[in-house]
Write a protein that binds this ligand. Structure first.
Ligand SMILES: [Zn+2]
Length: 61
C-alpha cells in the first residue's frame, strides 16, 4: 500500500498529460457531471493531472 502525504491524490485517477485528463473530463461531462476540470497536480511526487470539481467561482462584491 502506498501512503501519500497529500490526500488530494488518493482516490483520483492520475493522467500523464493534460490531454488525457481532458479526455477523462469530457467523458465525465458526457455522463452528466458538472463543473469538472482538469488540473495539474500540486503534489510533486505525483506530477500528473487529475480531474476534479472546480471550486466555486468567487464572486467579487
Ligand atoms: Zn496527483
Amino acid at each position: 500500500m502506498i501512503r501519500t502525504k497529500n490526500r488530494a491524490c488518493t482516490g483520483k485517477r492520475r493522467h500523464d498529460t493534460q490531454e488525457k485528463a481532458e479526455e477523462h473530463r469530457d467523458r465525465l461531462i458526457a455522463n452528466g457531471a458538472v463543473r469538472v476540470a482538469a488540473y495539474q497536480c500540486r503534489n510533486r511526487s505525483c506530477g500528473g493531472w487529475h480531474v476534479g470539481h472546480t471550486p466555486k467561482p468567487r464572486t467579487t462584491r
